[in-house]
Design a protein around this ligand. Structure first.
Ligand code: PAF
Length: 293
């Protein structure tokens, strides 16, 4: 049993230069390459993306690259957890086929140049508003990864809901042949959405942070009745030392705020949250359908 495990973990291919991606593309005769882009500091949410891709029969390549261009706050970039050895072990154990860990020059100093992509409101509301330039950084790095890796499918976590909407726009405009998969948020048993940034919270902080999901669940019940009173919830979160940056009820895919008068015009909606706890920025959301009565 032990030998089998060792054999299976040694099969994961580690690619550190984008030229070496060719060998994977050549080896795969059928159209079965899936890319799971990450910035490392992997948790079960990331592993769930890889596992979902694996279950669908894809050859799974996970990329690990902390992309400086998407950090609007330099201290957030400095503090972003980097746990590359542990990450590789987790991916090996999860049966991932290959990991791509490029250097900064490899990603940004090739022949691929920046693209323009009209993100509409997505660039100015919520994350777009509070993290100027963030989505442009995400778009530029993903454009490069999609060009280099040439996947048939890509997998993204719903926890970064606005990013998911941005990725769909990128695929629509530039990569119509890549299939998009959105995987539901993986949560701790407390309800706290898994995130690499949770590593920076104390155990007590993690306990406090689990209130965010409870608040979203309570608000969802109200929204389905056409009522939205976020202030009470923002005050409640304050009691758990959580400072809300935004708490909004929005329609999908544009993520524009809805209200009691117009919410029934949109089938797919979401409650979205961003805030700070112990100096760590946390986001979460709840996606739901409105049943028209
Ligand atoms: O979600 C992330 O970890 C990053 O934004 C991504 C998609 C890997 C791009 O750098």
């Amino acid at each position: 049993m032990k030998n089998l495990y060792l054999q299976s973990i040694s099969l994961m291919k580690v690619v550190t230069h984008s030229e070496d991606l060719d060998s994977i593309q050549t080896m795969l005769h059928s159209n079965t390459l899936a890319l799971v882009p990450t910035m490392g500091a992997l948790h079960d949410g990331h592993l769930q993306l890889a596992q979902t891709a694996k279950e669908l029969g894809y050859y799974v390549l996970v990329s690990i690259f902390v992309n400086p261009r998407q950090f609007n706050n330099p201290s957030d970039l400095d503090k972003y957890p980097r746990t590359i050895d542990a990450d590789k072990k987790k991916l090996e154990a999860a049966g991932v086929d290959a990991v791509f860990i490029p250097q900064l020059e490899d990603v940004y100093s090739g022949e691929i140049s920046d693209i323009t992509l009209d993100l509409g409101e997505l660039d100015t509301v919520l994350e777009g508003h509070f993290r100027p330039g963030h989505f442009d950084g995400v778009v530029q790095v993903l454009y490069r990864f999609f060009q280099k890796v040439k996947p048939q499918a890509v997998f993204f976590g719903e926890k970064d809901l606005q990013q998911c909407m941005v990725v769909k726009k990128l695929l629509n405009q530039y990569f119509a042949n890549i299939q998009y998969f959105q995987v539901p948020t993986v949560r701790e048993s407390s309800g706290l959405a898994m995130s690499s940034r949770n590593q920076r919270l104390t155990d007590f902080g993690k306990q406090q942070a689990s209130e965010i999901y409870k608040v979203l669940l309570m608000l969802k019940q109200q929204c389905q009745l056409g009522v939205f009173q976020p202030d009470t919830m923002i005050n409640l979160l304050k009691q758990f030392t959580i400072e809300t940056e935004y708490l909004a009820w929005v329609s999908l895919p544009d993520m524009v705020p809805v209200n009691a008068n117009n919410y029934k015009e949109h089938n797919q909606q979401a409650l979205v949250f961003a805030g700070y706890l112990e100096g760590v920025r946390l986001i979460d959301n709840l996606v739901f359908e409105v049943v028209n009565s």
